[in-house]
Design a protein around this ligand. Structure first.
Ligand code: NAD
Length: 487
């Protein structure tokens, strides 16, 4: 039986490629092929640029309140279609429906609403210079490219397009080739909401299509989410035309559990930060540092809750809270890390195997896995695994914990669990990470800027400051008196 086929979404409609090249998308929960998607060949790529260029002329001068009104409609449509969109995300990503229904679409809609509301607040300045004066205009950049990872496909497409479109830019978005559906669904919703054709085009393909976007001379900015190694290639390529870049990359984030922490809350944070979305979250606290005096209590509760409360299975089952790895190669990578953990002397406390749930045979499942007695030099403690593998490390005092937490080239997130408010601030201020939580983990509201320190990123998403990253300032000097000249 032939599979359903999706095409690139250009200038408000689906567009066929000429090459006939397709990518087959698998459902990670079953391992079965679910649809084919056409790769953006040169014809599609040229059409995407032409349509974006033409759409930019009108969208850039559309009054901000009008842009806001349209984007608010898009957010409302996302909410209206929440359940159906969540199911598409589950089929593409293998994450549990109970998560996708509560988080993925909603947090995308929130960010569109947030930037829609901010759009009309963009104002320039004016200053008198004693007769002459100047004023500034906040102008959009032009055509922006968005390149997404596979873990939060529709959310990433919303987070990148919302500030870009609100500020009057247009975007060509390339989702991950493993999860292309969410961006296509968003493109359809934008059209239904009244976003003009060409303002949000979707091109499909792997790294080659991504690289084409990062090199193209008509593109002013690239906002990228993915691995550090890919991010480096994107920055290098974008440098050839001096594009602006936003980089949302990987992490190896620390959670510090002090002796005065509420242990149940600390276990909740550690589990959320390792097992939500089956461990495929960039901000995960995969290095859990626990004060030696509370290690036993922490481990007892952690192991009990991990073995009793996590249910892997068909991600579409609303009672399942733990899904499948994105692909077989990714599952193999995660299993390799688990083997390295064992070989290098970490103590496997629970998990460590693949699983084949009765209702999801053929899916790419790895058990929630916890290693204790970890040391800083182990591979599983140093490298991002992007799977459900938690490393627990013991520490003796605050300075030691801070030093070891910071001992990584990455700096995406960090957290502190303590009842001591002074310590909470003192420690958080010394941690080298862009996204920090105290007595909490994982929440990322539209209002809060997110992004990485060190090699985890450049620039921010969400929050007021992000809108500025999608505008450029034009200064206009107004001569009101006679222009003096020595010539
Ligand atoms: P990836 O780097 O393999 O791919 C990301 C995207 O880049 C895909 O669309 C891919 O097709 C494209 N790509 C590949 N090569 C390219 C090239 N040379 N030029 C341009 N584009 C190219 O990442 P992934 O495996 O899809 O996602 C997992 C990674 O993403 C993890 O490292 C994770 O930490 C990170 N991530 C970060 C954040 C964040 O906000 N910081 C959020 C989600 C995921």
């Amino acid at each position: 039986m032939s599979l359903p086929r999706l095409q690139n979404f250009i200038d408000g409609q689906f567009m066929a490629n000429k090459s006939g090249e397709t990518i087959t998308v698998l459902n990670p929960g079953t391992g079965e092929a679910i649809y084919e998607i056409e790769v953006a060949d040169e014809t599609v790529q040229q059409a995407a640029i032409k349509s974006a260029r033409s759409a930019f002329k009108d969208w850039a001068v559309t009054p901000a309140v009008e842009r806001a009104r349209i984007l608010h409609r898009a957010a409302a449509l996302l909410r209206e279609h929440n359940d159906e969109l969540a199911k598409h995300e589950v089929l593409d990503t293998g994450k549990p429906l109970q998560e996708a229904r509560e988080v993925d679409v909603v947090t995308g809609a929130d960010v569109i609403e947030f930037f829609a509301s901010l759009a009309p607040t963009q104002v320039g300045q004016q200053q008198d210079l004693g007769g002459d004066f100047y004023y500034t205009r906040k102008e959009p950049l032009g055509i922006c490219a968005g390149i997404g990872a596979w873990n939060y496909p529709i959310q990433i497409a919303c987070w990148k397009s919302a500030p870009a479109l609100a500020a009057g830019n247009v975007m060509i978005f390339k989702p991950s080739e493993e999860t292309p559906r969410g961006a296509i669904e968003l493109a359809k919703i934008y059209i239904e909401a009244g976003v003009p054709a060409g303002v949000f085009n979707v091109v499909i393909g792997d790294g080659e299509v991504g690289q084409w976007l990062t090199q193209h001379e008509d593109i002013e900015k690239v906002s990228f989410t993915g691995e550090v190694a890919t991010g480096r290639k994107v920055v290098e390529s974008a440098a050839s035309t001096l594009k602006d870049v936003t980089m949302e990359l990987g992490g190896k984030s620390p959670l510090l559990v002090f002796e005065d922490a509420d242990i149940s809350q600390a276990v909740s944070a550690a589990m959320l930060g390792n097992f939500f979305t089956q461990g495929e979250v960039c901000t995960n606290c995969t290095r859990v540092f626990v004060h030696e005096s509370v290690m036993d209590a922490f481990m007892d509760e952690l192991v009990e809750r991990t073995t009793k409360n996590i249910r892997a299975g068909d991600p579409m089952d609303p009672d399942v809270n733990f899904g499948a790895m994105i692909s077989k190669p990714h599952l193999d990578l995660v299993m390799d890390y688990i083997e390295k953990g064992k070989k290098e002397g970490a103590r496997l406390v629970t998990g460590g195997n693949t699983i084949s749930p009765d209702d999801a045979k053929g899916g790419f499942f790895v058990e929630p896995t916890i290693f204790a007695d970890c040391t800083d030099d182990m591979t599983i403690v140093k490298e991002e695994i992007f799977g459900p593998v938690m490393s627990v490390l013991s520490f003796r005092d605050e300075d030691e914990a801070i030093r070891r937490a910071n001992n990584t080239p990455l700096g995406l997130a960090a957290g502190v669990m303590t009842q001591n408010v002074t310590r909470a601030h003192r420690v958080i201020h010394q941690l080298q990470a862009g996204i920090c939580w105290v007595n909490s983990w994982g929440a990322s509201p539209a209002e809060m800027p997110v992004g990485g320190y060190k090699m985890s990123g450049i620039g921010r998403e969400n929050g007021i400051e992000t809108l500025n990253q999608y505008t450029q300032t034009k200064s206009v000097y107004m001569g009101m008196v006679e222009l003096e000249s020595p010539f």
